[in-house]
Design a protein around this ligand. Structure first.
Ligand code: 1CP
Length: 353
């Protein structure tokens, strides 16, 4: 009974994120609320996407939907990486990915994107408190409640392009070479929105937060160091006094994972391209690793899926590991796959030190 009542109440996921020895590897699934769930599709048929994100009862209901079906170790707030911009008054539509009628491609538009202080005032004590309270009330015992935001670079990809396009984001990559000052103003502005949004999530009771940097991998090494990591580090620094663990999803980071770890994040969520044991050899023992089953594995027959889960657990080494996919779950995913995956992680057995 290490530490008595208060320590016993700390969710398994949070203890794992702190690097403590845990009784088993915790598991949750990126984008676990959403389109593969019939109850989500049913609710979305009656409500708009942005309405779902910012209405406490709807956001809480969608957050809890996967928790009712599956033995997940964390719930993650239902929202989108563009939600803080929407709250700051930037006109955004979803079809189904984000679309901006007025992409930002110069310093004047970047500076006019909205007022971070006004957003912070609007957020403080607002809808997120009610949303988190509703989620907390329905959360299974022992499960953690995660908040999240996009990285400033990844959000800027959509803001400069005006949408997702082919995922290459040429408009932003061109801007970095033609008007670096404008891109800096934009990233500063988005980082301020993000810090206000994450601070409010922490105040509302988030046990940990994840920063989704889905697109940093499109940059070359110098670009990653220049345009992505400094703004992630700023967010980590801003949250450090709260003591709340920060997970960074570093999609496509590959060889730059050690640089990503140097931002001071508690955990790195890595994509499926490389086994966790070889990632561990490069990043050292100081950071928790999260991941990294290929989302396509959920379509495999149950035995093959179990074997892949076992392989990921072995590569994770049983300690300083949080089980997850290497990227968000696909909308067509069969639900049996999710059950098989989570049962297999739990059956992975007690962790040997
Ligand atoms: O029709 C609908 O219902 C909208 C589809 C949808 C959903 C369900 C979008 C539009 N966003 C979301 C929810 C969402 N987005 C969540 C909460 C779900 C959960 O975790 O349970 C999260 C964490 C996100 C984060 C997000 N949005 C990322 C980062 C994670 C990743 O997968 O890389 C990114 C890149 C986005 C942008 C976005 N929003 C929506 C779509 C379809 C996309 C990506 C497509 C594109 O690039 O065009």
């Amino acid at each position: 009974m290490r530490g008595g009542g208060a320590a016993a109440a700390t969710p398994l996921l949070v203890r794992a994120l702190r690097g403590e020895e845990v009784e088993r590897v915790p598991a949750w699934i990126m984008r676990q609320a959403g389109r593969y769930l019939p109850e989500y599709r049913e609710l979305r048929a009656r409500h708009g996407f942005l309405e779902c994100c910012t209405t406490p009862a709807l956001a809480a209901e969608i957050t809890l939907q996967p928790m009712r079906r599956f033995p997940l170790d964390a719930a993650i707030l239902f929202a989108d990486i563009m939600t803080p911009l929407d709250l700051a008054g930037v006109p955004i539509e979803f079809a189904p990915g984000p679309r901006l009628a007025a992409p930002v491609r110069d310093g004047v538009s970047a500076a006019a994107l909205g007022d971070p202080a006004a957003l912070a005032r609007r957020l403080e004590g607002g809808y997120l408190r009610e949303t988190f309270a509703l989620i907390r009330a329905g959360l299974p015992a022992g499960a953690a409640l995660l908040g999240f935001a996009g990285s400033p670079f990844t959000v800027a990809c959509y803001v400069v392009e005006g949408g997702g396009g082919k995922g290459e984001f040429p408009a932003l990559r061109r801007l970095a070479r033609t008007d670096a000052a404008a891109l800096r103003v934009l990233l500063d502005r988005i980082a301020e929105f993000t810090i206000a949004y994450l601070r409010e999530q922490v105040a509302a009771g988030a046990d940990a937060v994840q920063v989704f940097d889905s697109w940093g991998g499109i940059l070359d090494g110098d670009g990653y160091a220049a345009w992505d990591l400094p703004w992630i580090a700023r967010i980590v620094d801003a949250l450090r006094p709260s003591g709340v663990p920060v997970i960074l999803y570093a999609g496509g980071a590959g060889g730059r994972l050690p640089a990503a770890a140097a931002t001071g994040v508690h955990a790195l969520s890595v994509d499926h391209r490389e086994p966790l044991d070889s990632v561990r050899a490069r990043v050292g023992g100081g950071v928790v690793l999260q991941g990294n089953l290929d989302p396509a594995a959920l379509f495999a027959p149950a035995d093959a899926l179990r074997a892949e889960v076992a392989r990921v657990l072995r590569a994770g080494g049983g300690r300083r590991h949080v089980f997850n996919l290497g990227h968000g779950i696909w909308p067509e995913t069969p639900m049996e796959g999710v059950s098989t995956l989570l049962d297999a992680v739990r059956a992975g057995g007690p962790v040997s030190p």
